[in-house]
Design a protein around this ligand. Structure first.
Ligand code: MN
Length: 246
């Protein structure tokens, strides 16, 4: 992991205090950009599932409660567990000097660490429709979206097209490139492939089937079109400002 990305991870994140059995009401409202890292802090070896700022049914009708519950408490928890396991195995390898499985566990760190990070960002950049979710960005983020994409409409079409056409399981992600602070849209395959490095994700959508199949079945495009109604633009702008502050 490069320094810029590590610093962003340190700066980003939402509260990591959720218990394994998650009630419908979570932690108090916390900002992704202002909270401890979702990836854990130095001095701790354990990653934990972050809480949400809203109930599982709060994003309806666009994202259904059952999908949210399974996605957060089962799928995301699985990536947290997978990351903890992989890092524990690498600690064992260092202790024993047996590196025969270092390739396997390194891959698991990338896959599960990517999953943990992108899901944490996904939850934090959504809010209930009409209560922080939906609408359009404002302020400096809006201005720079216009500058880098031509218009908000063009950005939205570009982002939607990228997310809809991810091959297999993956993500659509809006990033800031740290070298010049340009906004760029990229696809991610799985949780960790296709990154050019030196970029900080500030908004993402999960397009794995587990993110939408219960409600939308095979209609990924309808899910993506609906998701715009729950995007938390205030949070995206906070993420943007945090990223460009360096
Ligand atoms: Mn997912």
């Amino acid at each position: 992991m490069d320094k810029n990305r590590r610093d962003f991870l340190k700066a980003g994140g939402i509260l990591t205090a959720a218990a394994a059995t998650m009630p419908s009401v979570f932690t108090t409202s916390t900002a992704f950009a202002q909270q401890p890292s979702p990836i854990g802090r130095r001095g701790t070896d354990k990653h934990t599932l972050p809480g949400l700022n809203y109930a599982y049914d709060a994003l309806e009708p666009y994202i259904d409660a059952k999908t949210m519950e399974l996605h957060h408490s089962k799928h995301h928890q699985g990536y947290v567990d997978g990351l903890n396991k992989a890092e524990a195995e690498l600690r064992k390898a260092r202790a024993s000097g047996d590196y025969s499985l270092v390739q396997h566990w390194s891959r698991k760190v990338a896959f599960n660490g990517g999953g943990h990070y992108l899901h944490t960002l996904f939850w934090a950049t959504m809010a209930p429709p009409g209560k922080g979710g939906g609408g359009e960005p404002k302020g400096v983020l809006a201005r720079n979206i216009n500058e880098d994409f031509g218009s908000f409409k063009a950005f939205k079409e570009h982002f939607s097209a990228a997310a809809k056409s991810v091959e297999g399981s993956g993500w659509g992600v809006l990033h800031v490139r740290l070298s010049d602070h340009k906004l760029i849209v990229l696809q991610v395959e799985n949780h960790q492939k296709l990154s050019p490095w030196g970029v900080a994700p500030i908004l993402d959508i999960d397009v794995w089937e587990h993110a939408y199949y219960l409600k939308y079945q095979n209609k990924r495009g309808e899910f993506i079109d609906a998701w715009w109604n729950v995007v938390n633009w205030d949070q995206v702008e906070k993420n943007y400002l945090t990223a460009i502050k360096g």
